[in-house]
Design a protein around this ligand. Structure first.
Ligand code: PGA
Length: 256
């Protein structure tokens, strides 16, 4: 990767930890190791911790993210959180369409609405796509293209610089490193995603959208994924709750 570019290292805490004290402890650890980094580090804690976390000073290389949002600005939508409310808490990035939300019934049409609402609020969506299984006939490739088509349906070229794609094959999430994707097959999928974007927005614009990988990333496989897989960053679940591991992954990314 050329030295002027930097990787995205994004931590998705999911519904962890189970108390505020622990959340603040993890965040302090990550904050310390995020000083003066070349990588762009993003932490996505549960909504309930965002307010506390966003109150202190953040290193330049560290930004806040959320794990989901609603598609309206305000109103009678019990239990929902709007992009505007998130922006008010200094949130810059929002994960949308994570496979765990899709498994709870979130559909492509809803994901598309969320992406558009985020862009209107000047926030940056991290759009998750990924197949549940790979078949020999390559049907999963059409599945990925269909997820991309819905997600980018109303995304105009002017908003493209705010969008990130995170390729997270469902079969590789929450597994061991041995079960994560290999650099080689990741590279093929990154090319497929970039080609889709190039067809829709032209080569230069399309190729400029960062494509990240997520699914059982650890300090042991991060380098292969970034180097051989040509991912432009990582979306990390479990290992992002351990500041030491997370920091090792940032070190690796910074050294490439
Ligand atoms: P994992 O989760 O790193 O624990 O596999 C990744 C994700 O679901 O974003």
């Amino acid at each position: 990767m050329d030295k002027s570019k930097s990787y995205y290292i994004i931590g998705n805490w999911k519904m962890n930890p189970d108390n505020r004290k622990e959340a603040l402890k993890i965040f302090e650890g990550i904050k310390k190791s995020s000083q003066r980094r070349r990588s762009k580090v993003v932490v996505c804690p549960p909504f309930v911790y965002l307010s506390d976390i966003s109150s202190g000073r953040l290193p330049k290389s560290l930004s806040l993210g959320a794990q989901d949002c609603f598609w309206k600005e305000s109103g009678s939508f019990t239990g929902e959180i709007s992009p505007t409310q998130l922006a008010d808490l200094r949130v810059e990035y929002v994960i949308v369409g994570h496979s765990e939300r899709r498994a709870m019934g979130e559909e492509d049409e809803v994901i598309s609405k969320k992406i558009n609402a985020l862009l209107s609020a000047d926030l940056k969506p991290i759009i998750c796509i990924g197949e549940s299984r790979r078949d020999k006939d390559g049907e999963y490739l059409q599945f990925l293209e269909s997820q991309l088509s819905f997600a980018f349906d109303e995304v105009t070229p002017v908003h493209l610089d705010k969008v990130i794609v995170a390729y997270e094959p469902v079969w590789a999430i929450g597994k061991t490193e041995e079960e994560a994707i290999t650099g080689h097959s990741l590279h093929e999928t990154v090319i497929l995603i970039k080609r889709f974007l190039a067809r829709k927005y032209g080569k230069e614009r399309g190729f400029s959208v960062p494509v990240l990988y997520g699914g059982s990333v650890s300090p042991r496989n991060a380098e292969e994924i970034l180097k051989e897989g040509n991912a432009e960053g990582l979306l990390i679940g479990r290992e992002s709750l351990d500041p030491k591991s997370f920091s090792e992954i940032i070190d690796l990314a910074d050294s490439i």
